[in-house]
Write a protein that binds this ligand. Structure first.
Ligand SMILES: [Zn+2]
Length: 451
């Protein structure tokens, strides 16, 4: 007996977990938390998910597609004894990200991250007997994200995870070539994400088309103001590299120590391991300027720098330099405004309204500023100021999914990580394959033997 069960994620974005079992063994793909602020109203709360997946059995192996919280967020709840796997560069990012997120958490995740095993792109592995998995490195707004090709009970499944093809790793049709080269045919089932199916209106409206377009637009925006505050996720590294490379000459590119550690790790790994030239240091900005003079965490940054084949210089910045030359700063919201004044709050205070020369550039999903998902800390940082929106999606456009279906030519298609699973077959771009679409509900087992 072999089946596939999406425990959560057939009709929602984020918080997913998919089980594939064969011959009494199972793998779990992702074990994500509900998107921030949504757990209270969720159909299945995180607490219930842990119970569903590990309540009656504590076996199997967990494979994370990438480091976004809605895909790995429940990792602390995986029973000891159940191995967890993630991409090698993603693990390096988690080593910095998790202690940062856990600052005030009673339960720390660092030691668990250290125990995570890593898989290798393009190499088959057998995490549990009878189930083989091939991790395929794909473009996404998280670095080092993977699709999985899975073989179990004589069937081949391609599980996309979150993906796109308009970022740095998606250039020159890398995904299509990779799928053609590595995925054995025929593919019995394609499990695809469909985040953008409910966000098509954002394309061309609040979203720019690609990371490259984002860079070009950023350059123009930075030239209009001297003091630029960019609100961007600290791990959305393709966009960050675009902001970095497009910072005008003579102006400083600035971040804090935490962000600098993430950034240098990404520059090291993406350049040295994956050969992406976009992750090299900029010739006009060979030195990244860092907020936090005298902070003890400089030693940790130095350590990363010393591990680089092509070290990037980092140097503390003074208020005089900031004021004199102008800057592009990667800013973050303050989640503890009552007890803590962040360096970004201080800069904001000082420069945002100075001589009409300050501006905020908002480079995150627009939903965080709208009622349903409103993020009060982000809204506080913006403080009613006008802001420029400059963001590209982390997810595949409808035509990108159609292109993947065409390349893979699967027998069956199963949408997940979407709010529009039931409409999938009626979307114009998918007409050709409408009879191959299967829609499940959370917890419903799909018998692989019957595919
Ligand atoms: Zn993601």
């Amino acid at each position: 007996m072999a089946d596939l069960t999406i425990h959560r994620g057939t009709h929602q974005i984020g918080g997913g977990c998919t089980e594939i079992s064969a011959g009494g063994h199972r793998i779990l793909i992702d074990f994500g938390a509900n998107l921030p602020g949504t757990d209270g109203d969720a159909q299945t709360k995180d607490r219930e998910m842990v119970q569903k997946v590990f309540g009656s059995r504590q076996d199997g192996a967990v494979l994370f597609t990438h480091y976004h919280g809605d895909h790995y967020g429940l990792f602390k709840k995986v029973p000891p004894g159940v191995p967890m796997y993630i991409g090698p560069l993603a693990k390096n990012i988690l080593r910095i990200l998790v202690p940062y997120i856990d600052r005030d958490a009673p339960e720390k995740g660092s030691a668990i991250v250290e125990q995570m095993r890593t898989y290798e792109p393009g190499k088959w592995m057998t995490p549990v007997p009878g189930i083989r998995v091939l991790p395929l490195y794909v473009d996404h707004s998280a670095l080092d994200a993977y699709m999985f090709c899975i073989q179990a009970a004589g069937k081949t499944i391609l599980f996309t995870g979150d993906f796109r093809n308009h970022g740095i790793a998606g250039q020159v049709e890398r995904m299509e070539r990779m799928v053609q080269k590595y995925v054995p045919k025929p593919v019995d089932l394609l499990v695809t994400e469909g985040t953008m199916l409910s966000r098509t209106g954002e394309v061309g409206d609040t979203l720019v088309r690609s990371e490259e377009d984002l860079g070009q637009r950023a350059e123009m925006l930075f030239q209009t103001h001297k003091y630029n505050f960019v609100l961007v996720s600290s791990t959305n590294l393709d966009s960050i590299m675009e902001f970095y490379h497009n910072t005008p000459k003579g102006m400083h590119f600035v971040c804090d120590l935490y962000q600098a550690r993430i950034l240098l790790t990404a520059m090291r790994d993406m350049q040295e391991e994956r050969g992406f030239k976009e992750y090299r240091a900029s010739k006009t900005h060979p030195t990244i300027r860092v907020l936090g003079k005298g902070d003890s965490r400089w030693a940790e940054l130095r350590e990363i720098r010393e591990s680089m084949k092509y070290p990037v210089y980092c140097k503390a910045i003074t208020k005089e330099e900031l004021e004199r030359d102008g800057f592009v700063v990667l800013a973050r919201k303050n989640t503890h405004p009552d007890t803590y004044v962040s360096p970004f709050d201080k800069l904001r205070e000082e420069f945002l309204d100075k001589d009409g020369q300050g501006q905020i550039i908002y480079s995150m999903w627009k939903g965080y500023l709208e009622e349903e998902h409103a993020d009060k800390d982000l809204l506080r940082f913006i403080g009613g100021h006008p802001y420029e929106t400059l963001h590209t999606s982390g997810h595949a456009y409808v035509e990108t999914i159609a292109n993947l279906i065409k390349t893979v030519d699967p027998k069956w298609i199963l949408p997940m990580h979407t709010e529009r699973a039931d409409e999938f077959a009626s979307i114009l771009a998918f007409t050709l394959w409408k009879d191959r679409v299967k829609v499940l509900h959370d917890g419903q087992a799909l018998d692989l033997d019957e595919l």
